[in-house]
Ligand binder design. Structure first.
Ligand SMILES: *Cc1c(COP(=O)(O)O)cnc(C)c1O
Length: 406
């Protein structure tokens, strides 16, 4: 319930009744602006009620099936979507089906959230991290190719899979990445957890690879409170995903198992929230893009600030979060100066993801980089981007940035 309560707190001003306008304004100025909040359509409760009324309070049911169907219709009718408890679980089951196992290596974008890389370890394989390009902030195709060639030289074997990430909604350069993957015949598992609704060259993110993961965690573009999905290319893959997600039960009247399974299926209650969220997905994307545009307009001409930007017309980002870099020599202040100032102004911001090759847990993993990911981490900041933000909220955030130049 926390998210609903936070929403209520930020979207209305209960203490405004019966006090002067000036007082209201002063109080309003102190209102917390959050980085990224869930926003309910109102339809969610109808589907949850339906689940209760029909006694489908289980990890399968009509909401799960309908949610999967509507995701398929949204991203690509030829794909099969299987709803799971998390995006992390989706990556796990994707790797499993790509035959990744003990001793294998998997190439993974270093500039990402740890959930992209952890499942590589779940299956006993080793992550090899690949650096980013400045154009998209995502996997650098040149470094990818270099990494493949070098791993073949060092280990005598090809890496088993490639995990590019569409970070903050920005599509990776899928044309170049897929061309390299095809040339070396290495399957791609896209991490599209942050990129539902993004596309590259007219094709949705999450439909390029053999598999892709989506996430519906609390602050993603849509939420099921917690949840995710594996996007599969064939019916057989979808059937296998379902099999592994429900304890790998053989066909028999009794419980019989020939393989190790998992308990990863999304509940019919969570899927009810997802169905409601699908009705506002497009408007959320529109609003997040509007917010991104507004930030750009308000900060145009200020030196030392650059945005994560669509490199050309082929790239369409959902702009899940608007992200900037502060270049201290030109701006005269650092990312950290700005973050602390925002904090003092009751505005939540967050440094960009700390790259995996700099994480203590992955210190021993091989890394093929160029310094870009580390620089992005050092200088980058995520700005509040919730669809519930008003233009005045965005202006308030921008004003704090402008004040740094005084
Ligand atoms: C959120 C996220 C995930 C994992 O999704 P969960 O549903 O939280 O398990 C994976 N990769 C990236 C880049 C994410 O942001």
């Amino acid at each position: 319930m926390l998210i609903f309560e936070i929403c209520a707190v930020t979207s209305v001003c209960p203490e405004s009744k019966g006090v002067s306008g000036k007082y209201i304004m002063k109080n309003y100025m102190k209102k917390k602006i959050w980085l990224s909040l869930a926003h309910m359509s109102g339809e969610e409760q109808k589907y949850i009620q339906e689940a209760f009324d029909t006694n489908w309070v289980v990890p399968l049911g009509p909401n799960v099936t309908a949610f999967e169907k509507s995701l398929e219709e949204f991203i690509d009718r030829d794909k099969r979507v299987v709803a799971l408890v998390s995006g992390t679980a989706a990556i796990h089951l994707g790797l499993l089906q790509l035959g990744v196992g003990a001793g294998d290596e998997v190439l993974c974008q270093t500039f990402t959230f740890t959930a992209s890389a952890n499942p590589i370890c779940y299956v006993g394989a080793k992550p090899v991290f690949v650096g980013s390009e400045y154009a998209t902030w995502n996997m650098d195709p040149g470094l990818l190719e270099q990494a493949i060639a070098d791993r073949i030289k060092v280990t005598g074997r090809k890496p088993k899979a490639i995990i590019p990430v569409h970070l903050y909604g920005m599509p990776a350069n899928m044309e170049a990445i897929m061309a390299i993957a095809d040339r070396y015949e290495i399957p791609v598992l896209e991490d599209a957890a942050e990129a539902l609704g993004s596309s590259f060259d007219g094709q949705r993110c999450g439909t390029f690879g053999e598999f892709a993961c989506l996430s519906f965690n609390g602050n993603k573009i849509i939420t099921t409170s917690g949840g995710g999905a594996l996007v599969c290319s064939t019916d057989e893959q979808a059937r296998k995903t379902l099999f592994y997600a429900t304890q790998a039960r053989d066909e028999a009247p009794h419980y019989q198992h020939s393989e190790i399974g998992y308990n990863y299926r999304l509940s019919n209650i969570s899927a009810g929230i997802g169905r409601g969220q699908m009705t506002v997905l497009q408007s959320h994307i529109n609003r997040r893009r509007e917010i991104n545009n507004l930030y750009r307009k308000l900060l145009a001409g200020f030196t030392g600030i650059t945005f994560q930007t669509e490199p050309d017309a082929r790239y369409f980002s959902n702009h899940w979060l608007t992200c900037i870099q502060i270049h201290p020599e030109e701006a005269g202040f650092t990312r950290e100066d700005l973050r602390l100032k925002m904090d003092a102004e009751n505005i939540e911001t967050r440094p960009l993801w700390k790259p995996m090759h700099l994480q203590p847990v992955f210190a021993a993993a091989p890394y093929y980089g160029n310094g870009v990911a580390g620089k992005l981490f050092e200088n980058g900041l995520c700005l509040p981007s919730s669809p519930v933000l008003s233009n005045e909220d965005v202006e308030r955030v921008a004003e704090v940035i402008r004040s740094m130049y005084n």
